[in-house]
Ligand binder design. Structure first.
Ligand SMILES: [Zn+2]
Length: 366
């Protein structure tokens, strides 16, 4: 196992889709290129492109709505809605709710209709979703395995059904966190879905086959075929607007976005991943499997943006990444999938990569 930390940020090489050059991760390389290097992004040009896109969408005079945004009620989704309502588009926001929302998450979600968008909450078939969650957690150590697919696919399928021409997605994680070289990638594709929503070959179709779940009950989790997908424009908002947690937070706050009073468990920020509980299990498992958690993600972002230095980033990672998960985040989940606490922690242990965790414990970031 070739374990090392990026020389610029604090991301370990065990991160999935981690690519590097001379021990500098591609996310850092990309960050430099797009801000100062040869591939410096012309944000004024991108804004023009956005305005042209809006014009073309308005021209389509779609029957009900102009755009779909998948929303959690988090600051990023509120910022996405903001960019569209400012252009006077008729927005349909779609929230996928499996029943694990936090109180603050519900409060923030309720801001969306008040902003001037329409909101529908989609509650997936919980008989099916419960099976999916249980299998994903027990066999793959990731309760969110198929949920990421559903969050991306369902709004796109809805847009096609209602003849809504635009789907305004969040950040392109391939570019922002994995340093995908193609910075002009602005649309959702099957390849992107395979790599960054699904887990490689474990598409919803393959999952349904493998675990004998009728695929017609899982179609909502899957992207439509290419021909269908091309009927709409599913684009990443981070292509048009510089992706920044801080900027999005500022926008969201204008609409009354609520943060926690203290930091959110597993990181030092108080406004990130606060809308539902299962994500905390996903993030904690990420730490046990790959040696980095939510605090690392946030410290890397702050480091790249020059808000903190590397020493400070290391301190934050050491303090927050390894914080043990508390009952508040797993109790509803284990009750729902029908396992006890002992089995829950047994599964966490099963997926812990001790080799990585032992290295992480040595605190050697060089
Ligand atoms: Zn890096």
């Amino acid at each position: 196992m070739n374990f090392f930390y990026c020389k610029k940020c604090v991301m370990p090489s065990t991160k999935p889709n981690f690519n590097s050059l001379n021990k500098i991760c591609n996310a850092c390389n990309f960050h430099i290129e797009k801000n100062k290097g040869k591939k410096k992004i012309d944000w004024v040009g991108r804004k023009k492109e956005f305005l042209n896109l809006i014009k073309s969408i308005k021209k389509k005079k779609s029957p009900f709505f102009d755009a779909v945004v998948g929303v959690s009620g988090g600051k990023d989704s509120i910022a996405q809605v903001h960019h569209l309502i400012q252009q006077k588009l008729r927005v349909l926001a779609i929230n996928v709710d499996y029943g694990f929302k936090t109180e603050i998450g519900v409060k923030n979600l309720n801001l969306i209709p008040k902003m001037g968008a329409n909101l529908i909450t989609f509650r997936p078939n919980l008989k099916i979703h419960k099976r999916i969650l249980k299998i994903s957690f027990e066999k793959y150590g990731d309760p969110d395995l198929m949920s990421h697919c559903l969050l991306h696919a369902f709004p796109i399928r809805t847009a096609i059904q209602f003849k809504i021409p635009l789907v305004f997605l969040g950040e392109n994680s391939a570019l922002e966190y994995s340093g995908d070289k193609n910075i002009n990638n602005k649309s959702m594709s099957h390849q992107w879905f395979l790599n960054y929503a699904a887990n490689g070959n474990l598409t919803p179709k393959n999952f349904s086959k493998k675990f004998l779940i009728d695929y017609s009950f899982m179609k909502n989790y899957d992207l439509p075929n290419k021909k269908e997908l091309f009927k709409i424009n599913a684009v990443f908002s981070s292509y048009y607007f510089k992706w920044s947690s801080e900027v999005n937070l500022k926008i969201a706050k204008k609409y009354g976005f609520n943060s926690l009073k203290t930091n959110s468990e597993g990181t030092y920020r108080n406004y990130h991943g606060i809308d539902e509980k299962i994500n905390r299990i996903h993030q904690y498992l990420k730490f046990l499997k790959f040696g980095y958690g939510r605090a690392t993600d946030h410290a890397c972002e702050d480091l790249r943006n020059g808000k903190i230095n590397r020493d400070k980033a290391i301190k934050l990672v050491l303090k927050y990444d390894r914080v043990k998960i508390t009952k508040y985040f797993y109790k509803d989940f284990i009750d729902f999938i029908g396992i006890n606490e002992k089995s829950f922690f047994g599964i966490l242990r099963k997926f812990t990569n001790n080799k990585i965790i032992n290295k992480v414990k040595k605190n050697e970031f060089n």
